[in-house]
Design a binder for this molecule. Structure first.
Ligand SMILES: Nc1ncnc2c1ncn2[C@@H]1O[C@H](COP(=O)(O)OP(=O)(O)OP(=O)(O)O)[C@@H](O)[C@H]1O
Length: 713
């Protein structure tokens, strides 16, 4: 049966197309679904015409509505056509005649190039080109080019080029995947690097050993998921045509698609990947997949870390799942909110500051002479992590991950202090967030699971107590847990062994490597902050994860680093940077400013407002504003993104934050873990940026910047 698939370039035009033109597209699509190939070619309303003087017989046009035509790829094999572009009659016809479609012999993807323009440009550049050995790609052999997917036509054209500027001129007309390969090589990458960083992420099926059949368009179209959407359902098409275009809704990378739409996993499954690789996007698509197969009465829990992320997941779900009844079957909430809901109590959760004060008072009462910090960490990393419920168990336990000795004789007093702390909390009608998770896990164990599926985003920061609760929230059946996270963004020092918590993801784990958010320049720079250090895997704290092969297809400028003499001067420079972004076309809401401390955020916000720039704080629970610059701490920026991001106050007194670091002499392992969490925090902050990143400090820069070899301009 014929289909009319949609090319991404057409979808990007959607917002500019008037309603009657979009309706015309719907009617044309509907004909493809209804008629046979033969009928389509003879349909008088569709006028599936070949073009006079066309560079490619496979490129034709169809009537969309009065005065508008659609340009389609009408392949000689197969019956799926692709709508490439829609425009006024003459403009569309002229554009169509210049295009040529091919199949990339390496990636297997359908490619389009403006061949007429390339053929015009090439001889002109050939005439002025110097001797061959002085040209741009002189060092790359024809065989290497072919192995990277450069076909003979592009090769002949690329061989005349002598500079990056010239490549840039050709770039708009080359097939995009081939252009990216050439650009990478021209920027100095080796053939091997280009293969790993550009070609491998673009492979339709990296595991396939079969040679690509460059005449089989049906297979190639099905494999070009990053650019071509085959839509077979009328409601889905209406949805695409009527909603604001967001590429992630429609065009998943094959690696993303494979993970999100696998029919079923026999148990818990996990997806990891660096910042901006689309883990949240995959989690949302997985929810959509699960919803399609959900039995009556069953529900899904989609959980994440902060309220700002709950808002963003809710917004994404609204775009992805049209049916409100289906959407209502998903509860989107933070892990802590879920725990509070299960326990259903009026007891108020305490803050970190209150907790510290309460440990101090409990210690006074029992005569324990250690610090409140020690007690809080012992409670979190030993008692709650190992789910220890009585003194005997505590006295016997192995204090894994703790770097300070605590003889069994001293443990009795620590345990008495823990009991005192929890007793006083009860007495005062209070609770801790993690303690609530323990209670919730116990309740769920008694009552039984309340969700059919649990989907977890930002999983890297969950504590074992939270995992136990989530484990108990879904029955141990196929597709019970779907987990998305990145160990390189762990900012709360919770390392876990999921297996020991009854969550075994062996054989059901995938990794995403293509960054969709930041430019390669920002990404490489930010990755330098972490390089050379081990990062424990998400599911197994004994094994290490890496960012090898992680890259972005987007290019732009790298970060701007600025050092100032005084804090005042740093704030002035920030205002100037924000003005530059706004003058360059950025909306206020597209700019995010973050700092390690609340007080730095307050100062930045106040200075911007005083300078006439609307700015407001991003706070847990508060919705993000679009009409003001968003200012927040690095912790609240977790999972968010901004077109332009400024990270300010990155000096040696803020990162690492001395009060977040356990002294080495108190606990060596904790000291290292705290430092790693602070380093990750800077990495998380810097990877929120899409197009532009600005980093500033006063005095000495953070040692994390120094170690990464970063220097101010
Ligand atoms: N297939 C896709 N096509 C287009 N855009 C995409 C795609 N996948 C993800 N994106 C975009 O990339 C950005 C990052 O995606 P997302 O937030 O899901 O990444 P993440 O891995 O969860 O990031 P982080 O770990 O840094 O929070 C978003 O703007 C998202 O819309």
């Amino acid at each position: 049966m014929p289909h009319l698939a949609l090319d991404k370039a057409f979808c990007q035009q959607l917002e500019k197309l008037e309603k009657h033109v979009r309706n015309g597209v719907f009617d044309a699509w509907e004909k493809f679904e209804r008629l046979t190939l033969d009928q389509l070619f003879r349909d008088p309303g569709l006028k599936l015409e070949s073009l006079k003087g066309a560079k490619d017989r496979q490129i034709r046009t169809i009537r969309i509505t009065q005065g508008y035509r659609g340009v389609v790829l009408a392949p000689e094999t197969g019956d799926t056509f692709v709508l490439l572009r829609v425009g006024p009659h003459d403009e569309a016809t002229e554009w169509a005649a210049k295009q040529k479609a091919t199949i990339n012999a390496v990636t297997g993807a359908v490619e389009l190039r403006e061949i007429a323009t390339l053929e015009e440009l090439t001889p002109a550049y050939e005439r002025i080109a110097p001797a061959e050995e002085r040209r741009l790609f002189a060092k790359v052999s024809d065989g290497e080019m072919a192995a990277l997917g450069i076909d003979t036509t592009t090769l002949a054209q690329a061989r005349v080029l002598t500079s990056l500027e010239q490549l840039d001129v050709f770039g708009r007309f080359f097939p995009p995947d081939q252009y990216r390969v050439l650009e990478h090589l021209a920027l100095g990458a080796s053939v091997e690097q280009t293969w790993q960083e550009v070609v491998v992420p673009a492979l339709a099926d990296a595991a396939s050993q079969e040679p690509v059949d460059t005449t089989d368009y049906a297979t190639a179209i099905a494999h070009t998921r990053t650019r071509i959407a085959v839509v077979t359902d009328a409601d889905e098409l209406r949805d695409i045509l009527d909603k604001p275009f967001a590429a992630w809704r429609i065009f998943l990378h094959p690696a993303q698609h494979k993970v999100a739409y696998r029919p079923s996993y026999s148990g818990p499954a996990q997806v990891t990947g660096g910042p901006g690789t689309g883990k949240s996007v995959v989690a949302l698509h997985r929810v959509r997949h699960l919803l399609r197969h959900l039995r009556d009465g069953d529900r899904i829990l989609l959980t994440t870390f902060t309220n700002a992320l709950v808002d963003s997941l809710n917004e994404g779900l609204g775009l992805l799942v049209d049916d409100p009844d289906l959407r209502d079957r998903v509860d989107v909430m933070t892990v802590d909110a879920f725990a509070g809901r299960v326990v259903n109590t009026s007891r108020r959760p305490i803050t970190g500051y209150e907790e510290s004060a309460r440990w101090e008072r409990a210690a006074e009462a029992t005569g324990f002479t250690g610090t409140p910090q020690f007690l809080a960490q012992e409670y979190k990393h030993v008692v709650l992590t190992q789910d220890i419920r009585d003194r005997e168990e505590y006295e016997r336990c192995e204090r894994r991950g703790r770097g300070s000795a605590l003889p069994a004789s001293a443990r009795r007093l620590v345990w008495r202090t823990v009991e005192e702390f929890t007793r006083r909390l009860d007495e005062d009608g209070l609770r801790t967030y993690l303690g609530t998770c323990v209670e919730a896990a116990d309740l769920l164990a008694g009552q039984g699971p309340c969700y059919r599926h649990v989907v977890v985003d930002e999983a890297q920061d969950l504590h074992p107590a939270q995992w136990r609760m989530l484990r108990a929230a879904a029955p141990r059946r196929p597709d019970d847990l779907f987990i998305a996270g990145d160990p390189h963004q762990r900012i709360y020092d919770n390392k876990v062994s999921l297996k020991s918590l009854g969550i075994n993801i062996a054989g059901r784990s995938a990794k995403l490597r293509k960054n969709y958010r930041s430019t390669q320049e920002i990404l490489s720079w930010a990755t330098g902050i972490l390089l050379g250090r081990p990062y424990a895997e998400l599911a197994d704290s004994g094994r290490h994860d890496t960012l090898v092969g992680y890259s972005s297809a987007l290019h732009g400028s790298g970060p701007r680093l600025h050092t100032a003499q005084t804090e005042e001067a740093e704030l002035d420079a920030l205002v100037e940077q924000v003005r530059t972004w706004v003058d360059g076309g950025a909306a206020y809401g597209e700019i995010g400013i973050c700092a390690r401390f609340n007080k730095t955020c307050e100062k930045a916000r106040d200075r911007l407002v005083a300078a006439g720039v609307p700015a407001s704080r991003v706070r847990a629970g508060a919705a993000r504003t679009d009409d003001a610059v968003n200012v927040g701490t690095m912790h609240t920026f977790k999972g968010l993104e901004y077109r332009y991001t400024a990270v300010v106050g990155v000096n040696d007194r803020a990162l690492p934050n001395p009060s977040a670091i356990t002294p080495e002499e108190v606990d060596r392992l904790q000291h290292e873990a705290d430092l790693a969490a602070e380093r990750c925090l800077l990495f998380v902050a810097c990877t929120r940026a899409r197009d532009g990143l600005y980093v500033s400090w006063t005095g000495q820069p953070s040692p994390f910047l120094v170690e990464a070899g970063c220097e101010a301009e």
